[in-house]
Design a protein around this ligand. Structure first.
Ligand code: HH2
Length: 280
């Protein structure tokens, strides 16, 4: 099965969504913090994800888990740049940089990243929109309500689907008005970013409405607390694979273009089987 478009390796052909492997080069990420904090461990993990069938790798040097404290720009650069350079030496797999900081995005793209994944939806800095336009790379506009430090304190919505979709569409239009090419924009509902269980479930159920806005959709549900909210025994994030796969397949059926995951091998397998069943 051909998963990626021949002309653009960052777009699916239609049989199944792409799989974006998560590589957190951080000491404190919620599920894999500290595991890949040195370059050798990060490269070994990247190699494993490539062998397991990842279509893209998303590299992050700052945790955005609920309650996380921000890190300095130099610290983030020192974490991610050696890893990007080392992966570029072993593979041409498309790389994404998960950062709120325009300077980190600029340096990462100069080092070989092809996508800027900004969980603030290009709102964290006054330079974010112009930087995205100048870089010309793919850009993920994710929805987040409030900063990571406080976003889970008391998130409220009257109509989460309507509000999140309207905000994402507004951010996409702002990006286009600043010079970002429409064809470079991805949207992400930001599961777990300033949302309660009922908000997350409503947004996942409405992924087809988000996809109908006409931009490729990225879904990040891997190992998230949403699974524990439904299965309270899944306290350890590594015990959330079943729920993560259920949400990935549900998202695939709703037309998402890519799924951001920690468990690449298992997700690729689940999506391949799901796609084969759909074609049978
Ligand atoms: N989730 C996380 C981080 N970045 N980016 C996008 N576009 N969508 C997401 O859902 C998303 C994201 C959180 O997961 P993780 O990177 O594993 O944890 P941490 O933020 O603690 O590093």
């Amino acid at each position: 099965m051909i998963a990626q478009s021949q002309s653009n390796p960052m777009r699916p052909t239609g049989t199944r969504p792409l799989v974006m492997g998560v590589l957190n080069v951080t000491p404190d990420s919620f599920s894999d913090g500290g595991r890949f904090a040195d370059v050798d461990a990060a490269i070994a993990q990247a190699r494993g994800m490539i062998q397991a069938g990842a279509d893209l790798i998303d590299i992050g040097g700052e945790s955005t888990r609920p309650g996380a404290t921000p890190v300095a720009e130099k610290v983030e650069l020192d974490r991610v740049l050696p890893v990007i350079a080392a992966i570029r030496e072993i593979s041409d797999i498309p790389l994404s940089i998960d950062t709120l900081k325009p300077a980190v995005a600029r340096a990462a793209v100069a080092a070989g990243a092809m996508m800027w994944n900004d969980v603030s939806g290009l709102t964290a800095s006054p330079d974010s929109l112009a930087t995205a336009a100048a870089l010309g790379c793919d850009v993920v506009i994710m929805h987040m309500k409030g900063p990571p430090a406080t976003m889970q304190d008391d998130p409220r919505y009257t109509d989460p689907v309507r509000e999140v979709l309207a905000e994402l569409e507004g951010r996409a239009n702002a990006a286009i008005a600043t010079g970002v090419a429409r064809g470079k924009i991805w949207l992400d509902p930001g599961i777990g970013f300033g949302k309660r269980l009922e908000h997350n479930l409503a947004l996942i159920a409405a992924l087809d409405q988000l996809a109908a806005l006409g931009f490729p959709v990225l879904l990040g549900v891997s190992r998230k607390r949403t699974v524990m909210a439904i299965d309270p025994t899944a306290v350890d994030p590594r015990d959330r694979l079943g729920g993560s796969l259920a949400m990935a397949l549900f998202g695939a059926a709703k037309g998402v273009a890519a799924i951001r995951v920690h468990d690449v091998r298992e997700t690729v397998q689940a999506l391949k089987v799901w796609a084969a069943l759909g074609e049978a």
